[in-house]
Write a protein that binds this ligand. Structure first.
Ligand code: FPP
Length: 245
């Protein structure tokens, strides 16, 4: 691909979303359509992520959050869960040089303590080794659920009220936002969901209040940097009013 910025319209170039969040859906269907095991779809999904990440980084996107494994995904067959965890660990190990070359930082949100030990250790090591970068931040949502995140945040706030550190009447939107896993990031501007499903699926429930949505029928393994450019063009053509006139 030539420089991705040059492929965008002037309007889109001036309105690159600061934070893009993606629900990477359709790996299973992509594989079924080819009579392949679902895990092949996940492997191709990982390759799609590489391509999208490269493009997002070159465009100057600040944060790219991807829904790599939901809290509900633990109830999939053990074989599938183990394979995804294996891909995750491999991705975290082998991508470091490329992520580093592209000045990409890494972060993770979700109930990370539920990840297998090996994946968690690799995740910590990869986050650490990329922590000096200051380009795009890739945020992996792992064992993530928006409701679970809100419950944990409410508990932390309740503890502070109980200990007198916080006064209930002073709790406001920013109190809640600052107790979420995403406290150090801006809210997503654009949410992309692949494979045509019109669902939120427990993803970033609080944070996407004013995000623009782009839903595409393309299955995640077929999604590429070119599709990302298309989604950004759509985003740039929208009139964001945040509830105002
Ligand atoms: C959704 O497709 C995808 C997942 C549940 C897993 C996402 C995993 C990857 C993109 C590859 C791994 C990459 C990393 C970094 C871990 P689906 O299985 O729900 O598809 P379906 O709805 O067609 O069944």
């Amino acid at each position: 691909m030539s420089q991705p910025l040059n492929q965008l319209s002037d309007r889109a170039r001036e309105r690159i979303p600061g934070h893009i969040a993606i629900i990477m859906d359709g790996n299973g269907r992509w594989a079924s359509q080819r009579r392949l095991p679902r895990t092949v779809g996940h492997r191709r999904g990982m390759e799609a992520l590489r391509s999208v990440l490269r493009t997002a980084s070159r465009l100057g996107v600040g944060y790219l959050t991807v829904y790599a494994f939901s809290a509900e995904n633990w109830s999939r067959p053990a074989d599938e869960v183990n394979t995804i965890m294996g891909y995750l660990t491999r991705f975290l190990r082998t991508e470091i040089p490329e992520l580093n070359e592209n000045n990409i930082r890494l972060a993770a949100i979700g109930q990370l303590e539920r990840l297998p030990e090996k994946a968690r250790q690799q995740l910590d090591a990869s986050i650490q080794s990329l922590s000096h970068n200051d380009g795009l931040t890739l945020v992996l949502a792992l064992s993530y659920g928006g409701r679970q995140e809100l419950v944990e945040s409410m508990r932390r706030i309740a503890d502070k009220v109980a200990s007198g550190e916080l006064v209930a009447e002073e709790i406001c939107e920013s109190t809640i936002a600052s107790h979420l896993n995403t406290h150090a990031m801006p809210d997503p501007d654009l949410v992309i969901r692949t494979s045509g499903e019109m669902r939120v699926s427990n993803f970033l429930l609080w944070q996407i209040s004013y995000a623009e949505w782009v839903v595409t029928d393309v299955l995640w393994p077929d999604f590429s940097g070119e599709h990302l450019l298309g989604a950004i063009e759509t985003y740039a053509s929208r009139d964001r009013r945040f509830g105002k006139v």
